[in-house]
Ligand binder design. Structure first.
Ligand code: DON
Length: 582
């Protein structure tokens, strides 16, 4: 039986400890009550850090809209929660504009350097598995071209009401005057055999705020990031893609053995893509398209659920848990075999989304018996399989709903804890290269097996699990949801959405409720806060049940009936997040 990689197991532990105090019970489904969590009547921001939510809320209070607030929240997250996301990373934004009811998906995922090649992470003679894996996770080769600065600027330019400098202000102030070091920050800085907090890279950015921090109220500053943010406010995203800061990025990466070049930064572009949409269980679900496999996993899982379970069995209970677990096995196989950067590889989406596939998987599904993952394998005919490559050529989720009814669902990441652990200008460069397949069949930090369409290549975007999602009832948005946690993202996003929409839980209760996770391979179900009798019932159906090493951290806002702003906002307690609003 394959196990998760040792280099990441420390992180799994860190996450599992973070979630250990959560309570949740699939039996105790309650209708939504205001007392179950925060409720706002004008606008709301749910991020996984209270000061980041507050930054977005301040922008809304001063007349900004959801796009301005999402930008401010992302920038503040880079200051107060720098292990997870920041200007050195990338992400996806799904934006609903109420005025004309349009939905836009912005892909600001990182791209591989032009010198990247399919065999760049192949094991070399003398490598141990750890050394081979570390190459895509730490140091220069792990770094892909950041998309975050352009993504933020693009979101504001297209949809914002205020200039970019307006959204930069709260983050700049936090970096300059200081912020509280959260328990999550502390855990992440201290994490791993060789804790980052002990390395010069860390003190070069933060000094040493953790040394005298026993009271838990230590504050840290990041003057270098404050300076970068001031320049960003003045010059916009080109600051990061040409000129002196771009040069510093290239130098820092190359010093650490990387292959990034100035021209890689210069050619970076945000891409607008059509989001995936499907009518399922009485709602319209809109989520992330490739290069993410997250939206696909959520939608195809729901498609099986809606076919395999009569409505009466769709409530939280053993039938749904079992069906959810079974429903993920096929999509994770599909991901490995067919998903890659849609600009470089022809992802056979129409064939994959053909309802006949869900029908077939629903036929194979057995209500009282777990099937081996391979039983859900549905290889596409050769003609539909990915064509050859085209020629040329830590994470955080936040939701914002503003007074006009605009909705921003944004998931942003530098991948693992403090990314590649290389700081430049006060921010941390991502290690998104680990989301590529190091080799076909080799696993990444999240235990996902690499597939050929996702091998590294020049300027290619790695496949992601991120799934910023907006759910509609009729033509009104009723739920914004998304999460962080690598391969656990789609399964967690889907479960939280079902708890809210089908079981009436407040998003806060939903994010802390029982969770299961299965990613096809290894054939095992990770459980968090699933009651003992339920675990036994799963085992009796043939599931191999293990404690979840860690689970995703989910933020969500349930939007009340059209016309009445009634916003139930929840930030996953596991990361210490809290929403803000009015
Ligand atoms: O895009 C992805 O799927 C990953 N880079 C996400 C990483 C992540 O969620 C880490 N968070 N805990």
């Amino acid at each position: 039986m394959r196990t998760l990689s040792p280099s990441w197991s420390g992180a799994l532990l860190a996450f599992s400890l973070a979630g250990a105090s959560l309570t949740g019970n699939v039996h105790s489904v309650r209708p939504v009550r205001s007392s179950d969590g925060p409720v706002f009547s004008r606008y709301a921001v749910a991020a996984d850090h209270p000061e980041a939510s507050a930054a977005g809320a301040a922008v809304l209070a001063q007349g900004g809209n959801a796009a301005d607030a999402a930008a401010a929240t992302m920038l503040a997250l880079g200051v107060v929660s720098p292990a997870s996301s920041g200007l050195g990373g990338g992400g996806f934004a799904l934006y609903y504009r109420a005025r004309d009811k349009t939905l836009t998906f912005l892909d600001f995922r990182e791209t591989a350097p032009g010198k990247a090649s399919a065999d760049m992470f192949r094991e070399r003679p003398g490598d141990t598995a750890e050394i081979a894996q570390a190459r895509s996770q730490r140091g220069g080769l792990a770094v892909a071209v950041p998309g975050e600065p352009q993504g933020i600027a693009e979101l504001v330019k297209r949809f914002g009401k205020k200039p970019l400098s307006f959204s930069v202000k709260p983050a700049e102030q936090l970096a300059r005057t200081g912020f509280t070091v959260s328990p999550h920050f502390r855990r992440m800085a201290a994490f791993g055999g060789e804790a980052l907090a002990q390395k010069p890279a860390f003190s070069s950015v933060f000094g040493n705020p953790l040394q005298n921090s026993a009271d838990g109220a230590t504050r840290a500053k990041n003057p270098a990031l404050a300076a970068t943010l001031r320049k960003f406010a003045q010059t916009g995203p080109k600051l990061f893609y040409s000129g002196p800061l771009a040069k510093q990025i290239v130098q820092a990466v190359r010093r650490e053995g990387g292959i990034l070049e100035a021209s890689d930064l210069a050619r970076y572009r945000v891409v607008e893509r059509a989001p995936l949409r499907a009518q399922l269980l009485g709602y319209e679900w809109v989520s992330a398209p490739p290069p993410s496999a997250g939206g696909y996993t959520v939608l195809t899982s729901l498609a099986l659920l809606s076919r395999a379970l009569p409505a009466a069995e769709q409530g939280a209970g053993i039938e749904r848990l079992h069906a959810l677990i079974e429903s993920w096995k096929g999509p994770y196989l599909d991901r490995q075999r067919y998903f890659g950067d849609p600009d470089r590889v022809a992802v056979p989406l129409p064939a994959l989304l053909d309802p006949a596939r869900s029908e077939e998987r629903a036929r194979r599904f057995k209500k009282s018996q777990a099937l081996p993952t391979q039983k859900y394998d549905l290889p596409l005919p050769e003609s539909a399989a990915p064509a050859a490559a085209h020629d040329d050529h830590g994470t955080s989720h936040l939701c914002v709903v503003d007074e006009e009814g605009n909705v921003a669902a944004v998931t942003t990441t530098i991948n693992l804890v403090f990314g590649a652990q290389i700081p430049v200008g006060g921010f941390w460069l991502n290690n998104e290269m680990d989301d590529f397949a190091r080799e076909v069949g080799k696993e990444n930090a999240f235990g996902l097996l690499g597939g050929a369409p996702n091998l590294p290549g020049p300027h290619k975007r790695p496949v992601s699990s991120m799934a910023p999602t907006i759910v509609f009832s009729g033509d009104a948005p009723i739920l914004c949801v998304g999460g962080s946690g690598g391969s656990r993202i789609p399964t967690a996003v889907e479960q939280v959405a079902l708890y809210v929409l089908k079981d009436g839980l407040h998003p806060l209760a939903a994010s802390a409720a029982a969770r299961v996770h299965h990613q096809g391979d290894p054939d095992q179900v990770g459980v968090r806060d699933v009651p003992e009798p339920m675990q036994k019932a799963l085992a009796a159906r043939g599931h191999r049940v293990i404690p979840a090493g860690f689970s995703a951290s989910v933020q969500a806002i349930r939007i009340g009936p059209a016309g009445a702003q009634h916003l139930l906002a929840g930030s996953d307690p596991a990361k210490g997040g809290e929403p803000r609003g009015e």
